[in-house]
Design a binder for this molecule. Structure first.
Ligand SMILES: Cc1ncc(COP(=O)(O)OP(=O)(O)O)c(N)n1
Ligand code: 3NM
Length: 539
């Protein structure tokens, strides 16, 4: 059989032991093929050779009717006996060069890769290798991966950078299900080369389902639309960026965009759920109300789950790290319901507990926007340049803040907002600098947290604006709709301009009076004042 060009989009790995009670394996297989599975690997861990060959043969007969290629897990002898398209082997199975000699030039060979070292070794044998299976992305009940660190979407992205340009295809595997698929596809765009997955491999999401046709259709729709967006955007900007028509974008257009979002927020008053810290909760709710949105400060896992369809955006600020379970559910549901998710990892570098909590949360969901001061962004970027001291940024920050936010935006597939005396915002291709703000912001507690709340408000406004203008059309290729770079700029600019106006008031005598004046000036702020005072530069 000549070597075929495999579509790896939805890669089914079989597992008869995971079928729901009463469901026949061949019936489930056929339904999944009807739903849109593009390649099948027969994986039989308990069958003897005769049974394996029998199952593989019948699987191939069914897959042939749908023109879907079949691969065999581990067993070269079964592949040769049945005449399948190729094999998938693990790190401790037959060496790739020997496998190639045994099965010939035209058969497909896939290899499991668990880290960048294995990926580097894989590219040395690229002449013999067609694709890699990268995993485990998340915990899985379908295979014992004890002792192995799960990769998360960003770990997958690091491996995709290693194989970029070597002609090796890629699928991710392990714990992949419909709700975390958009997070995986968007969050694994490789930071250096914007390489993306060719597909996703699943066992339980399809095999354990009573409705494998629907399960496969749902997965396929999301992978297909992600690939469509990749084709459209490739070469123009980062695949996860949402701002369209960047050519010739200037500062004036950005300010116009901010003015537009102010109007939408006032008209639509979206609900913004904020899981934030005890210190700032009251002020965060007040600034939210002042700009025209409607705050909810719900944290219970059940409540945030049920609220998610109704909210415009969600903020997760882990300043006092109280509600981890609620944060996990709220973030995951924001991804499921495609709502903007703003992450404020307060003092993330200060303790190992905070670093671990951030990693745990980021394994659960994909943030749309990450906001932090120099110490927090430094910790997220694993930079040694800025050391963390509690919640305060150490020193003045980075030598080249623009490059830091741009690189982190690409690594995390999120908009990055770095706050400080000067603010920097990037989506991984564009960097915006904002030089507004009063010195009083450093004298009140939680000014950064309040800025995060406003970013969430304008993220909600931006999503609503997109849906209004596109007649409620949700583009599946994007985790959230709307211009999230502009939303981040709006939150920062409006907060810092209002702080300047408040600081200049005659009745402001110090931080206490400033705090109240700031809420008033946010409430009274007009687009004209924002335009007049804005100090915004595209770098
Ligand atoms: C697509 C894909 N990726 C990874 C694996 C895991 O293969 P392996 O490491 O050989 O482990 P077993 O599947 O043999 O338990 C896979 N099967 N498919
Ligand atoms: C077969 C397999 N290999 C993995 C790896 O990490 O190499 S994870 C895995 C199981 C995938 O099953 P599910 O989609 O049900 O999580």
């Amino acid at each position: 059989m000549p070597k075929i060009d495999i579509d790896y989009s939805v890669y089914l790995v079989t597992g008869r032991e995971f079928l729901p009670a009463g469901k026949d394996y061949y019936e489930s297989l056929e339904e999944s093929l009807q739903g849109g599975v593009t390649v099948v690997q027969v994986r039989e861990k308990n069958a003897d050779t005769g049974e394996f060959i029998q199952v593989a043969r019948r699987t191939k007969e069914i897959c042939d009717q749908y023109n879907v290629p079949v691969l065999i897990n581990d067993r070269i002898d079964v592949h040769l006996a049945v005449g399948t398209a190729g094999i998938h082997i693990g790190q401790t199975d037959c060496p790739i060069s020997l496998a190639r000699t045994l099965i010939g030039e035209d058969a497909i060979i896939g290899l499991s890769v668990r880290n960048t070292d294995e990926a580097n070794r894989a590219i040395e044998s690229k002449e013999s290798l067609d694709y890699i299976g990268i995993g485990a992305v998340w915990e899985t009940g379908s295979k014992d991966i004890k002792g192995r660190k799960t990769l998360g979407p960003d770990g997958v992205g690091e491996i995709l950078d290693v194989i970029q340009g070597h002609g090796i295809k890629s699928v991710a595997i392990g714990g992949i299900h419909l709700p975390n698929l958009p997070q995986l596809l968007h969050g694994s765009v490789s930071p250096l080369n914007s390489n993306t997955l060719d597909g996703v491999a699943v066992i339980s999401d399809i095999v354990a389902s009573l409705h494998p046709r629907e399960a496969a259709t749902d997965l396929r729709e999301i992978v297909d639309s992600f690939k469509r967006a990749k084709r459209v955007l490739k070469g123009q900007q980062s695949v996860f960026s949402i701002l369209q028509g960047r050519d010739g974008l200037n500062e004036d257009q950005l300010i116009k965009g901010v003015e537009g979002l102010m109007e939408v927020l006032q008209q639509e008053t979206p609900l913004v759920n904020q899981l934030t810290n005890k210190v700032v909760m009251n002020d965060s709710a007040n600034v939210t109300l002042a700009v025209g949105a409607s705050p909810i400060m719900s944290t219970h896992p059940r409540d945030v789950h049920d609220l998610s369809p109704a909210i415009g955006a969600c903020l997760i600020n882990f300043g006092t790290v109280d509600d981890k379970e609620g944060m996990k559910v709220a973030g995951r549901q924001a991804n499921v319901n495609r709502k903007p998710l703003v992450f404020d990892p307060v003092a993330v570098g200060a303790t190992s507990y905070r670093r671990e909590t951030a990693a745990e949360l980021l394994a659960h969901w994909q943030p749309t926007i990450i906001k932090g001061n120099a110490a927090e962004i430094g910790a997220m970027a694993e930079s040694t340049e800025v050391m963390s001291r509690g919640v305060d940024a150490a020193g003045s920050g980075f030598k080249d803040p623009g490059s830091v936010v741009k690189a982190l935006a690409r690594k995390r597939a999120a908009i990055i907002v770095l706050t400080g005396p000067t603010d920097y915002i990037s989506d991984g291709s564009l960097v915006i600098k904002v030089s507004n703000g009063s010195h009083y912001l450093e004298k009140i507690t939680g000014s950064g947290c309040q800025a995060g709340s406003l970013i969430a408000c304008y993220a909600a406004a931006s999503r609503i604006k997109y849906l209004n203008e596109n007649d409620s059309f949700e583009d599946d290729s994007q985790l959230v709709q709307g211009d999230m770079l502009l939303a981040s700029l709006a939150g920062i600019l409006i907060y810092t301009v209002a702080s300047e106006v408040a600081a200049e008031r005659q009745d402001v005598k110090g931080p206490g009076t400033f705090r109240s004046a700031l809420i008033d000036e946010l409430y009274n702020l007009t687009p004209e004042v924002v335009r007049k005072r804005a100090k915004v530069e595209i770098l």
